[in-house]
Design a protein around this ligand. Structure first.
Ligand code: HSE
Length: 308
């Protein structure tokens, strides 16, 4: 087997309290990619549909991530051809670059009979994130590669943990059609936090992780709070507070910025609530005159999937 077609899922990073460390994987939104092992050394992007992104290998996140993998692979004679069919819009806040980087390294590793561990794949895919945003964060690539909910316990050394996924959790994500570059929305952040903010935030991270394991939806709900990043970034997102109020009034467990925005995520218990939340936020956004997409998705506990 020297070719594989895969589904590379969208992801929601941060999950309110876990800036750069928490993320989860979606099921209903994602790209498709075809990876081929070639006898011609080097990495090539041979097709790129659905987005206006660079096809030069060292300017393309999938190209850079696969190159990082091949740099540490024993056989220097092989090459990789990559086809990318983008469905996730760049700058949407649901892990568009991560899907490409993670999908590419996962597919190549599969074709090479899995010489690398999931942890190593996360490190290769992070090189794509470094290219996309100037920062090699793992909170989108980790859930794309491992599925479900993931926690980056440490970056140096890299230590990524897959958490439990309660069955009934459903995400509603609204994507306003404005582009917010991750690099821009990182530049509005402060480099220091107060001890008081840190205490509140790490209490919530612990609460959310515990709630996911004990499947305590009330605890999950109480923990979906961000006192550090959201106050600074939410001003970049039209109607953020009104969306949040409408979603919570319909029974969402929590609502926050998806990754670096502009998408907003709402977590609910059960599909019925997630659908009601979607209707409520649609009413809010209809008033803005902006185009938007709404995605409703269960948590994808598997991550990347083989299509052919
Ligand atoms: N943790 C990153 C950020 C995710 O919030 O900047 C980017 O998708």
């Amino acid at each position: 087997m020297n070719q594989i077609k895969i589904f590379a899922p969208a992801t929601v990073a941060n999950l309110s309290c876990g800036f750069d460390v928490l993320g989860c994987c979606l099921d209903t939104v994602g790209d498709e990619m075809v990876l081929k092992i070639s006898e011609e050394p080097g990495v090539r992007i041979t097709k790129l549909e659905g987005a206006d992104l660079p096809m030069t290998t060292d300017q393309n996140v999938a190209g850079v991530a696969v190159q990082a993998l091949l740099n540490t692979y024993s056989n220097k004679k092989i090459g990789v051809d990559i086809e990318i069919y983008k469905k996730i819009k760049a700058g949407s806040g649901i892990g568009s670059s991560a899907a490409s980087s993670a999908g590419a390294v996962w597919g190549v590793n599969y074709l090479l009979n899995s010489p690398f561990t999931p942890q190593e794949l996360v490190a290769f895919a992070m090189e794509g994130e470094r290219l996309a945003s100037g920062n090699a964060h793992a909170d989108n690539v980790a859930p794309a590669l491992l599925g479900g909910f993931t926690l980056v316990r440490s970056y140096t050394p890299l230590d990524v943990i897959k958490l439990n996924t309660p069955d009934d959790l459903v995400m509603t994500v609204i994507h306003p059609q404005i582009e917010v570059k991750t690099s821009d929305s990182r530049s509005v952040l402060k480099q220091n936090v107060t001890l008081q903010q840190a205490i509140r935030q790490w209490g919530n991270v612990g609460g959310l992780v515990s709630g996911l394991y004990t499947e305590d939806y009330g605890l999950i709900s109480r923990s979906l709070e961000d006192v550090i990043i959201e106050p600074l970034r939410s001003i970049l997102i039209p109607e953020f507070q009104n969306v949040k109020e409408a979603a919570m009034a319909e029974g969402a467990l929590g609502c926050g910025i998806s990754g670096s925005g502009p998408s907003i995520f709402m977590m609910s218990k059960g599909m019925e609530t997630a659908n009601r939340v979607a209707q409520a936020i649609q009413i809010v956004y209809n008033r803005t005159g902006l185009d938007f997409d709404i995605h409703i998705s269960k948590i994808n506990d598997h991550g990347i999937k083989i299509l052919a």
